[in-house]
Design a protein around this ligand. Structure first.
Ligand SMILES: *Cc1c(COP(=O)(O)O)cnc(C)c1O
Length: 400
């Protein structure tokens, strides 16, 4: 047994072919089918030792969920206070649409201003536990700032590959935190290709779903929803989908909680994927009835975090949308911008454009009979609007 790994961690399994692997050398995708690997735990052992109320009462953020995370129980994580974000009720909005409740899960208060902190606290911690000195990823913005912060806190070197037209505030923030930032012409997929081309073998590649631990950080959002709703789950969750880590992570959390006996078996929130008209590969595949997505040509949207033309977790996401009776909504860019202001003003949060897309999708579904009366709906605002000055200015000048 490796002391840096949790005794509850059984290993990894491929999300497509089911192939099982040892968790001690998790580098990259499934060696058999090149799809994402996911962590497996001995949940029966956790269940025998741990009461849900005890875990819920800790409220210590991501790392308060120690029993379902991969790190050895006596090891110190690299933590900056990520997680335990507020679930804000919007009673007027619920009333207006005849819903039981509408909540915003506000992720902008995380370290570095987005929920990327959850995943990168895990991934950088695990990389360091496996001996890494250098960590790297391609990003449209927020993940690079989070990587830079956790690498700085953990004494590692960070290498961030961004599309050349990434919002400059992200580049400045990552550099201020000490990261080496490389601007690459093209999209996040091109930045990823560049990284894999130039990275020495010693660097740990923390690209979305190309290692198993960022999902383990993002799944904590699913646990927090259950904690905040007294172990009932909402009827629907609207999620701005890029690489899909949070979407698959929450679905994984619900499966784990069912195995732990923490939630009612068999009931799941409808998972609703929100994308923008300028980049909607998963939503297009969903509506085409396809099992996997074809890459989006020339993705354009100011919602940088969901400007992801191709995702290695596409099959995994599409399975979850269908298994939960969910759907996928494509929002026009102008509606996303207007939604950013509307969500900000409805909730009193400075919403991200990604959150604005979710707001626009919610309004469209609510007006089109997408929810049954009395249902409870959770909207994700995945980051702070602070880093998106240009998008907010565009929103202000288009909506008076
Ligand atoms: C990265 C990002 C997303 C997309 O997250 P995934 O889990 O990779 O789909 C959404 N919103 C913001 C603000 C982001 O930074």
């Amino acid at each position: 047994m490796n002391a840096s790994l949790s005794p509850y961690l059984l290993g990894l399994a491929c999300t497509e072919c089911g192939r099982e692997l040892d968790a001690t050398a998790p580098r990259g995708l499934c060696p058999a089918c090149a799809r994402p690997l996911a962590a497996r735990y001995d949940l029966a052992a956790v269940r025998a030792k741990t009461a849900r109320a005890e875990v819920a009462a800790r409220r210590r953020g991501v790392w308060g969920l120690r029993e379902v995370l991969p790190l050895g129980l006596d090891e110190a994580p690299i933590s900056l206070g990520e997680g335990t974000t507020p679930l804000l009720p919007l009673p007027d909005v619920a009333r207006r649409h005849g819903l039981g409740a509408v909540f915003v899960k506000e992720e902008g208060g995380n370290p570095t201003g987005s929920f990327k902190a959850r995943g990168l606290s895990l991934a950088v911690t695990m990389a360091r536990a496996c001996g890494a000195t250098d960590v790297a990823l391609p990003t449209a913005g927020n993940a690079g700032v989070a990587l830079a912060a956790y690498a700085a806190a953990g004494g590692l070197a960070a290498h961030v590959f961004v599309p050349a037209d990434c919002p400059p505030s992200f580049v400045v923030a990552a550099r201020a935190l000490g990261a080496d930032v490389v601007l690459v012409p093209g999209f996040i997929t091109d930045a990823g290709r560049k990284l894999r081309e130039v990275a020495p073998a010693t660097w740990f590649d923390l690209s979305t779903l190309r290692e198993p631990w960022r999902v383990e950080g993002k799944k904590t959002m699913g646990y927090e929803l259950a904690f905040d709703l007294a172990f009932t789950l909402p009827d629907a969750i609207l999620y701005p989908t890029g690489g899909g880590t949070g979407l698959v992570g929450m679905a994984k959390a619900f499966d784990e909680m069912e195995a732990l006996g923490w939630i009612e078996p068999g009931r799941r929130p409808r998972m609703i994927c929100v994308q923008v008209e300028g980049c909607a590969p998963i939503a297009r595949a969903f509506h085409d009835g396809a099992d996997e997505a074809t890459p989006w040509e020339a993705p354009t949207t100011a919602a940088a975090g969901i400007r992801v033309p191709a995702a290695v977790g596409d099959r995994w996401m599409l399975r979850i949308l269908r298994a939960t009776g969910g759907t996928a909504v494509i929002v026009p860019e102008a509606a996303m911008l207007a939604g950013t202001l509307a969500l900000s003003r409805a909730a009193g949060v400075l919403a991200s454009p990604e959150g604005g897309a979710v707001w626009a999708a919610f309004e469209r579904l609510a007006e089109g009979g997408g929810f049954a009366p009395g249902e409870r709906v959770v909207l994700f605002d995945t980051g702070s609007g602070l880093a998106y000055g240009a998008a907010l200015e565009a929103a202000l000048s288009s909506v008076r």
